[in-house]
Design a protein around this ligand. Structure first.
Ligand code: NAP
Length: 361
């Protein structure tokens, strides 16, 4: 197998992945969009990438802002940009022949349904393998997950792709039968927006000088999260997926055994040391509200599920930021699913009999 991977996205996740893969002898080329070059610039000026924490490494990394080089470098491309940047990347990928390529979107947030170009295989995960932050040229990896969930739009993928992805990816993969299931397993949609909105005044009055999970996820915040989580699980259940709570998904991904959301917030190493952002202009809102909550709300509406807890958060986020997330977010219209009936929607993304997927775990 080709021991080379192209990574599109030069932020904490992309550079943590680059270091992890290089440590395992896999060559990488990292793409940074010219308008989003701040981290790439720091690494290039320093001449090497330093990663600390759960991954230790200090080595040069190749960076480009030429998409043609990325496509030429490897048939395996991993996207590590926020889903709000997917459209920008798709615009740049148009015009290239990608029939032989595999693209893995980390996380996907239904990237495969908005990717309107011909790609050999599109896969998407629920989360990033890492909990990480970046300052200047240095990445701090606070946590590395034990497993993440993944699915292909055309499920299951061929054995050759399955083997190649399995060999490249730095964590155990739990293969799901539909991209909708994987999108619902991105439990950041349960955690992030409520934690930011219910702590908005504190964020703004302290410039984020408190621990977002440890201090900001208290019992009433947890209760609100559980209300959202119940809607998320009802949506998955309507497709026949056996849904687990966000707490259980997080425990599975990190190999933890926390008994409540507050227990997780206080005691989880990858979470309890995270500082709050300095303001509300961050991807806990700008990515997770439009590309997870609007999507879940839109699915729930089509399925006839009461999604008022999710709608309440979207409306509050809109009022607090003056951004129309219902308009900009991944609604069924944006996902090209608007015109199909409820039963067609369920049929297209329903859980498959376990055989094909489970036999590969
Ligand atoms: N880091 C974590 O701990 C973590 C954990 C779970 C999930 N994730 C998810 O993993 C993904 C990547 O995380 P990250 O922390 O590396 O994200 P990030 O720093 O916000 O973004 C990654 C890179 O993408 C660039 N970018 C942003 N918008 C873009 C656009 N429209 N076009 C092209 N490039 C764009 C960023 O540039 P700028 O710096 O200029 O914005 C940055 O260089 C996100 O979806 C995130 O939610 C991350």
């Amino acid at each position: 197998m080709e021991r080379k991977v192209s990574i599109i996205g030069a932020g904490p996740s992309g550079f943590a992945l680059a270091a992890d893969l290089q440590n395992r002898g896999i060559d990488v080329l990292v793409y940074s969009h010219p308008d989003h070059f701040r981290y790439a610039n720091e690494v290039m000026v320093k001449g090497q990438l330093t990663v600390r924490g759960k991954i230790e490494s200090s080595m040069p990394v190749c960076i480009t802002s030429d998409m043609a080089e990325i496509i030429e470098f490897s048939l395996m491309i991993i996207l590590t940009i926020p889903s709000t940047g997917h459209e920008t990347v798709l615009q740049q990928l148009r015009g290239f022949s990608l029939q032989q390529h595999t693209i893995i979107a980390i996380p996907g947030n239904l990237f495969s349904l908005i990717a309107d170009i011909e790609i050999g295989c599109v896969l998407e995960t629920n989360l990033s393998p890492y909990s990480c932050r970046m300052e200047r040229d240095e990445v701090l990896v606070l946590g590395k997950k034990s497993l993440i969930f993944i699915a292909a739009l055309q499920s299951p993928p061929s054995q050759a792709i399955y083997d190649a992805v399995q060999e490249i990816m730095p964590v155990k993969l739990c293969w799901c039968s539909s991209v909708i299931e994987v999108c619902l397993l991105n439990v950041n949609g349960v955690f992030h927006p409520l934690m930011i909105l219910m702590n908005a005044a504190r964020i703004e009055s302290t410039n984020g000088d408190f621990f977002l999970y440890r201090d900001g996820l208290t019992s009433s915040v947890a209760k609100a999260m559980i209300a959202v989580d119940q809607v998320r699980m009802q949506i998955g259940n309507a497709f026949g997926h056996s849904m687990r709570s966000a707490l259980r998904v997080s425990n599975e991904c990190y190999g933890h055994t926390f008994t409540s959301l507050v227990d997780l917030a206080r005691n989880s190493g990858p979470h309890n040391g995270l500082k709050a952002p300095p303001d509300l202009q961050n991807r806990n809102i700008s990515e997770d509200v439009p590309d997870l909550l609007v999507c879940w709300h839109s699915l729930a509406e089509k399925l006839g599920i009461d999604a008022s807890p999710i709608k309440a958060i979207i409306v509050l986020a809109q009022m607090a930021t003056s951004v129309d997330y219902f308009q900009s977010g991944r609604s069924l219209r944006k996902l090209h699913l608007e015109d199909i009936s409820r039963s067609e929607l369920i049929e297209r993304f329903m859980a498959q009999p376990d055989g094909a997927i489970v036999s590969r775990l």
